[in-house]
Design a protein around this ligand. Structure first.
Ligand code: FES
Length: 607
């Protein structure tokens, strides 16, 4: 008998014998799990979470290392846990050696810092027997006199801590004024911090920023822990709809991940989370709603309406974020149900709104959002490109981590591969899959319809299970061939067809063709590593001269940062929410025909 172990979020599956422990199963899948004690159950480094299936009962070591509560929540030590059925296991990032490649950086436009807060240095008059006004009255009075702003208010949390700060600092403090509210009071030598977050369906990218200089002090990333509850947005929406407690759980795991990252970045910068007085979070509309624990039911049904579209300020502590008690989280606007605040941030970060001529911007992911700026008229659409570029639904697919094949080239006589960290190959990530399809096409293995060509010497196996070996077993990290199958090619055709359909309809909407495009901006993690030539070869991107393509990195993260440090940029983002039109692809009468054409590969001589 054989059981299947599905390791998430990296999307690796392996067939093992009953009784195999999860460290061994991971090893067979080519996943390196931390196991400092060599599997004796004493180091606690191999923590994993069981999502589905049956495994052996917890051992005494697990009880000691994890505690009853964690065991109840499904946490286990992989080295102590044997497989007793098909199982699905979540691998937290910290339990893996060779973490997933996260794209944090992006090309940043130079914008002046225009702080959201006004720093008001005040020397508050200390109380005495002749002036026994309350602490907050005397603070607000001092701020009002110094800043010339009246009708001031303050936060409950500030009431709890300002008195102590003023006394400790001899009544000379900085009051941080946000419109008409004093949100924080700090000693005069404290430089206030802000945090910008790009909350992706798969990954979280966070930046700790000096709010006076605009400088990024530290940045870091993590997997979105909601992956344990569903790979794609629809399954998470379905999970949260089952029970309000589940919706709250999805919000909580993100907040906990934020707090962990905040602590990590503050430790790197040798600062305290209490010095963070402002935060900006961008994400797609579903991520935005799940983070805030807003209802998502209507997002899963036509016409896919958001509950909140406007930009919004929410108290950080209401969400459970451990930063300055009076701090706010600012959320950029959502344009539509599937075009969210991260798209607005991408437009802002890549300055697409300022572009002249015909400029298109794409953020390729499980859901791909595209904006087209046609002489200042901006329209966006959303394409259901699916998780194939994340390695899901691909036989040997995996996320971009150590040992993933990331490049495939047809040399004219063979398929040459490169892996992440030059490690022995164990699977293939998104950029590698896309390259592989382009290479198979150039090698004549597949035709324009993506079908394997009978009799080609690289093809192994019988229809319909034919495949091509990218790395033979003797060269791989797990001793099995890494292959690309006919079905994998089909999955990539579906994904690229969805994106190309979006491009075509946006152009059509403006009465143009791709020849009219002056520039195509490719943003996001996948977009950073994708080979544009391969993307053109398979028809994902139109055949334009290479200089018209620009890969800008994490533009959504950059946009979040701009909205954190600049009042003006924040106002532009709020306007974009109204200015950018939305094109619903499914409502286009010939959607099916255009999509079917977009699935085909273009003629080779045309690319
Ligand atoms: Fe050390 Fe599992 S490897 S506890």
């Amino acid at each position: 008998m054989i059981y299947e172990v599905d390791f998430e979020p990296i999307g690796r599956r392996v067939a093992v014998k009953p009784g195999t422990d999860l460290v061994e199963a991971a090893r067979q899948a080519g996943v390196a799990l931390s196991s400092d004690c060599g599997g004796r159950g004493t180091c606690g480094r191999c923590r994993v979470r069981l999502m589905a299936g049956n495994v052996s009962a917890p051992t005494k070591n697990e009880l000691r290392k994890l505690g009853e509560r964690s065991l109840r929540e499904g946490w286990r030590l992989a080295c102590q846990t044997q497989v007793e059925s098909d199982v699905k296991v979540h691998l937290p990032l910290e339990s893996m050696r060779g973490a997933q490649r996260l794209q944090l950086g992006g090309i940043e436009p130079q914008v002046p810092v225009e702080p959201i807060h006004q720093a008001v240095v005040v020397h508050v008059k200390p109380p005495d027997l002749f002036d026994a006004r309350s602490d907050m009255t005397r603070l607000l009075h001092a701020v009002q006199e110094e800043a010339g702003v009246d009708h001031l208010g303050f936060d409950l949390a500030l009431g709890r801590c300002a008195a102590e700060t003023m006394r400790q600092d001899d009544w000379r403090v900085v009051a941080w004024l946000r419109d008409h509210e004093v949100t924080a009071v700090t000693p005069v030598d404290v430089v206030p911090l802000g945090v910008a977050v790009d909350l992706g369906t798969t990954k979280i990218a966070m930046y700790l920023v000096n709010l006076i200089s605009g400088e990024t002090l530290a940045s870091g990333g993590a997997m979105n822990p909601q992956i344990s509850y569903g790979e794609d947005l629809m399954s998470r929406i379905a999970y949260s709809m089952e029970d309000p407690a589940r919706a709250a759980e999805l919000s909580l795991v993100v907040v906990q991940a934020f707090n962990r990252l905040i602590a990590e970045l503050c430790a790197k910068a040798k600062r305290s989370p209490r010095d963070i007085i402002e935060m900006v979070v961008v994400g797609n509309t579903a991520m935005h709603h799940l983070f805030l624990n807003l209802p998502v039911e209507q997002l899963g049904r036509a016409p896919y309406v958001a509950v909140v579209g406007e930009s919004w300020d929410v108290k950080a502590r209401e969400l459970g974020l451990g930063i300055a008690p009076g701090a706010y989280v600012h959320l950029l606007p959502n344009i539509a149900g599937f075009v969210g605040a991260d798209h607005v941030a991408m437009i802002l970060g890549a300055e697409i709104h300022k572009a002249k001529g015909n400029v298109m911007g794409l953020d390729i992911g499980t859901n791909t959002e595209i904006v087209f700026n046609h002489n200042g008229q901006m329209t966006s659409c959303s394409c259901a490109s699916g998780p194939a570029f994340e390695g899901a639904h691909i036989r040997d697919g995996m996320r971009a981590t150590t040992g993933a094949i990331e490049r495939v080239i047809w040399t004219g006589s063979e398929l040459a591969i490169t892996t992440i960290d030059d490690a022995p190959p164990v699977g293939i990530c998104g950029s590698g899959i896309l390259d592989a399809v382009a290479a198979l096409y150039r090698a004549g293995v597949i035709n324009q319809a993506g079908r394997f060509q009978a009799g080609h010497p690289l093809i192994r196996g019988e229809r319909p299970n034919q495949y091509v070996v990218l790395a033979p077993a003797e060269r791989t990290g797990h001793g099995r061939d890494v292959v690309i199958t006919q079905r994998d090619v089909g999955e990539i055709q579906l994904a690229k067809g969805a994106i190309r359909t979006g491009i075509e309809f946006l152009l059509r909407h403006a009465g143009l063709t791709y020849h009219d495009l002056d520039q195509v901006i490719i943003a996001g993690a996948f977009g950073t590593f994708v080979d544009v030539e391969s993307a053109i070869t398979i028809g994902l991107l139109p055949s334009l001269p290479p200089e018209r393509y620009v890969q800008v990195g994490n533009a959504a993260g950059v946009g979040a940062k701009l909205a954190l440090i600049s009042r003006r940029q924040r106002a532009i983002a709020a306007d974009l929410g109204h200015q950018v039109g939305y094109l619903e692809l499914m409502a286009q009468p010939d959607f099916t025909t255009v999509f079917a054409e977009a699935m085909l590969l273009p003629e080779l001589e045309q690319v």
